[in-house]
Design a protein around this ligand. Structure first.
Ligand SMILES: [Zn+2]
Length: 96
C-alpha cells in the first residue's frame, strides 16, 4: 500500500450548477490524477500540501477506490484553514 498522503481533487469537466468553473476554487490549476491520469483541479492550498508533504493527487473516483481497498488503514486529515478560506471564497463568488 502506498502510504503517502493523498490529495482528493475535483475532476476537470464536472459541472456544478451548469458551470465547470464552479467545480474549482479560485486559483486552481489543472493537473492529472496519479492513479488514472484524468484531469483534476488542484487548489493553491492543495498545491502547497503537495509540495510540503509529497501528497499524491487522486481524483474522487480513485480516492473512493483506494479507501475501499484499504478500509481500516486509511487516516483522514482535518480540513485546513487555507482550504476553509478557499471554500468560503468560492461560496461568496457563487453568490455574486
Ligand atoms: Zn483517478
Amino acid at each position: 500500500m502506498d502510504t503517502r498522503a493523498s490529495l482528493v481533487c475535483a475532476t476537470v469537466g464536472v459541472s456544478v450548477h451548469g458551470s465547470e468553473d464552479r467545480a474549482a476554487v479560485n486559483g486552481s490549476e489543472k493537473d492529472v490524477c496519479e492513479d488514472c491520469g484524468c484531469d483534476v483541479w488542484v487548489s493553491p492550498s492543495g498545491r502547497a500540501m503537495q509540495a510540503e508533504h509529497g501528497a499524491i493527487l487522486r481524483c474522487i473516483g480513485c480516492t473512493t477506490s483506494f479507501v475501499t481497498q484499504h478500509s481500516g488503514s486509511v487516516e483522514l486529515a482535518n480540513v485546513t484553514q487555507a482550504q476553509i478560506k478557499e471554500i468560503e471564497d468560492a461560496f461568496r463568488r457563487a453568490l455574486l
